[in-house]
Design a protein around this ligand. Structure first.
Ligand SMILES: Nc1ncnc2c1ncn2[C@@H]1O[C@H](COP(=O)(O)OP(=O)(O)O)[C@@H](O)[C@H]1O
Ligand SMILES: [Mg+2]
Length: 288
């Protein structure tokens, strides 16, 4: 492992890397990644994106849909510079890893002029995903709002309603942090957000919120306000649109209360990450 994964920038600012990760599928990683990308583009940043999910390729398809929609409808839509890094089949694991690392390094190299690079990862434990996690400045982990998903962060003693041990995923983030600190770099800013919040039974909800607080303290992440369960998030994928693409002359994206609420949720996430100032600020600035 000679070259650093993120190429040296010789005094220039390197892109700020936001990784969206969780080793479980269907928790909202790609949806979150896409909304972060469009939010950053709308703030005027140069944005790069990397899709490491070879199997689903949701982010890559989402962006292709966006391109197709823009061309067919005539609505100008901003897009990031995108790279899809797939897994490689080689004779040995070591050979595959060497080639995968080189491809990911090349993707970062291509995006060095960006202010931000948003990386979407697969819902499984892969070498490429590990590399991305190791190099994240901010890690955003969306979780579905259930005990099943909390299990992704830690083993929970259901009887005693307590955290009994960190999960392999939390352990991985923790070990990455140790390596970073040893190398004189700041630890990753880990943000966990609950996704697809519904009006589940109040007691259940309180219990999950309580466990999240315990976990945040034990494992070292911050909890961001999440996204509600909203049909709009599912519907926009085919057109490659996000709730942030609202425009008064686009019949596909007219204002409605559910979209407004969804936009508020995206804004809350941006605030939690530190990409926009907390209300009632007048202007939007970046801290990363
Ligand atoms: N807040 C939400 N409300 C409704 N549907 C959602 C929400 N977040 C994600 N989804 C839907 O759930 C499915 C999985 O989301 P996705 O972002 O692809 O997850 P992942 O990348 O973690 O596998 C998609 O069909 C997506 O549209
Ligand atoms: Mg995905």
């Amino acid at each position: 492992m000679d070259d650093p994964l993120i190429p040296e920038t010789a005094g220039r600012a390197r892109p700020y890397i936001i990784v969206v990760g969780n080793e479980k599928g269907g928790t909202g990683k790609s949806t979150t990644a896409m909304h972060l990308i469009v939010a950053l583009l709308q703030m005027g940043y140069r944005v790069g994106s990397i899709d490491l999910d070879a199997r689903q390729s949701t982010l890559t398809r989402y962006l292709a849909n966006r391109q197709a929609y823009a061309e067919a409808s005539g609505h100008a839509l901003q897009t990031p510079t995108h790279r899809h890094v797939a897994r490689i089949a080689a004779k040995t694991k070591a050979e595959a890893e060497t080639q995968e690392r080189a491809k990911l390094r090349q993707a970062f190299q291509d995006l060095m002029d960006c202010n931000f690079v948003v990386v979407d990862t697969p819902g499984s434990d892969t070498y490429l995903s590990h590399l991305a996690h190791e190099n994240a400045d901010t890690l955003v982990t969306p979780l579905n709002d259930s005990f099943l998903d909390i299990d992704m962060l830690a083993r929970i003693d259901r009887e005693r309603r307590e955290v009994s041990a960190p999960s392999p995923y939390s352990q991985m983030v923790w070990e990455n942090n140790n390596r970073r600190v040893m190398a004189g770099r700041p630890p990753v800013d880990w943000i966990v957000m609950r996704n697809r919040l519904t009006h589940i039974e109040a007691r259940n909800k309180r219990e999950i919120a309580g466990l999240m607080d315990q976990l945040a303290h034990r494992i070292g992440f911050r909890v961001a306000p999440g996204f509600g369960e909203r049909v709009i998030f599912r519907e926009l994928f085919l057109k490659g649109l996000t709730v942030l693409d609202y425009s008064h002359d686009n019949p596909d994206l007219q204002a409605n209360p559910s979209h407004d609420a969804a936009r508020g949720e995206i804004r809350n996430l941006l605030e939690a990450i530190g990409l926009v100032q907390t209300e009632p600020a007048q202007t939007e600035t970046v801290t990363g």
